[in-house]
Ligand binder design. Structure first.
Ligand SMILES: CC(C)(COP(=O)(O)OP(=O)(O)OC[C@H]1O[C@@H](n2cnc3c(N)ncnc32)[C@H](O)[C@@H]1OP(=O)(O)O)[C@@H](O)C(=O)NCCC(=O)NCCS
Length: 175
């Protein structure tokens, strides 16, 4: 493995297309509750709009040679962005500030897991979120069936808050 870590600018997000679509396929394969909701979720419908609409974005890619084998995408957004036609992700009144942080998409390709890449990307993302002192509330949304990720985030200190969409998503928060 010849791994390089790179923080990319928003206008380079295209390089996450393949790996983002891989994440959506992975999540669908794990889900037992309404997996068909993933049918409309892909790079075009999830990552591109998020990057466009968020207030601040932070994306790290990991390459093995020229190939992107992992990425993590976090953002800072107005809390109102989490109450929309799709779902109300959390009770907005439980958030103190105007904005929230979110570790939004995270994927290490099979064969590269369990080597510490995820922990490194997670820590870098948390460090970035901490650079916004006015943002006290950070969220992670895990789709059903992905127990491995759910446990990973809990070991890193996140706490299960509640389920939404009849258990399709579990909401974790930093406090
Ligand atoms: C969840 C995920 C991001 C974690 O990434 P990862 O690179 O496998 O994570 P790490 O290697 O840092 O840590 C995983 C475990 O391996 C252990 N580990 C790390 N380096 C290791 C090494 N060199 N040898 C053996 N074990 C090691 C860690 O201690 C960790 O154990 P812990 O969770 O009990 O602390 C990754 O499994 C993944 O991408 N899964 C598929 C997509 C997914 O579920 N994304 C989340 C959507 S919400």
């Amino acid at each position: 493995m010849n791994l390089t870590y790179e923080v990319i600018h928003d206008d380079q997000i295209e390089c996450c297309r393949v790996i983002c679509n891989e994440l959506m396929t992975y999540q669908k394969s794990k889900a037992t509750i309404t997996p068909e909701l993933f049918d409309d979720m892909n790079f075009e419908t999830r990552l591109l709009p998020s990057v466009k609409n968020a207030t601040h974005n932070y994306t790290i890619i990991v390459k093995d040679g020229d190939e992107v084998i992992a990425y993590v995408y976090s953002n800072i957004s107005p809390k109102e962005a989490y109450s929309n036609d799709f779902a109300t992700f959390f009770d907005l009144s439980t958030v103190r500030g105007d904005h929230v942080g979110c570790l939004s998409q995270f994927y290490i390709r099979d064969g590269y897991r369990q080597y510490g890449i995820g922990s490194k990307l997670f820590n870098m993302s948390m460090e970035w979120l901490k650079t916004f002192p006015d943002v006290e509330d950070d969220f992670i949304f895990v789709s059903n069936g992905n127990d491995n990720a759910l446990e990973f985030y809990q070991r890193k200190g996140f706490i299960i808050s509640h389920d939404i969409l009849d258990g399709f998503i579990t909401v974790l928060r930093n406090k």
